[in-house]
Design a protein around this ligand. Structure first.
Ligand code: FES
Length: 164
């Protein structure tokens, strides 16, 4: 049975609320638990939802703004549900000088999505990253675990079409 628990700023059913409670059980509720808790939450749900931030705020007794301030400092945290596929465009130095920026803009235009967001149809989430570790193949994009090397805007559309 899904009983709605409605509180100021939060509307979770009993099951969802219990799920957060289980997650928090291993922590003492100290401010120093924040980053490990954010990591655990993202590991469990795939991203940090507004509801998750709200629950963490209540548990640690710190404001949501403080939590966002910390979470946005670390590039590992995401605030949108992941898409079916993840696309990463490399903007590290080697990729940047070979057109990484232009590729990133082309991905955004082609998929109508901004960096850090997920497309409306949940097909792709899109991130810009600093280096994918294969600079000799620049410019590089990664889709899921596939590395696409020496990428060009012309090849981009055909490659994206392979991912439904
Ligand atoms: S700079 Fe792009 S892979 Fe290293």
């Amino acid at each position: 049975m899904n009983t709605e628990i409605t509180r100021a700023g939060s509307s979770l059913n009993q099951e969802e609320h219990q799920s957060f409670h289980d997650l928090f059980e291993a922590y003492n509720g100290h401010e120093g638990d924040l980053v490990p808790l954010l990591q655990k939450t993202q590991e469990k749900y795939g991203y940090l939802s507004q509801e998750a931030i709200n629950e963490i705020s209540r548990f640690l007794k710190i404001s949501e703004n403080q939590i966002f301030g910390v979470a946005t400092f670390y590039s590992q945290f995401r605030f949108n549900a992941p898409g079916r596929h993840s696309i990463k465009v490399c903007l590290g130095t080697a990729c940047h000088v070979r057109g990484g920026q232009v590729l990133g803009e082309a991905v955004g235009r082609e998929l109508d999505v901004l960096p850090g967001e997920t497309t409306d149809d949940k097909r792709f989430d899109f991130q810009r990253v600093a280096c994918l570790g294969c600079c000799a193949l620049a410019p590089v994009i990664q889709i899921d675990s596939d590395i696409h090397s020496r990428m060009s805007v012309i090849r981009l559309k055909g490659i994206l079409e392979k991912y439904e």
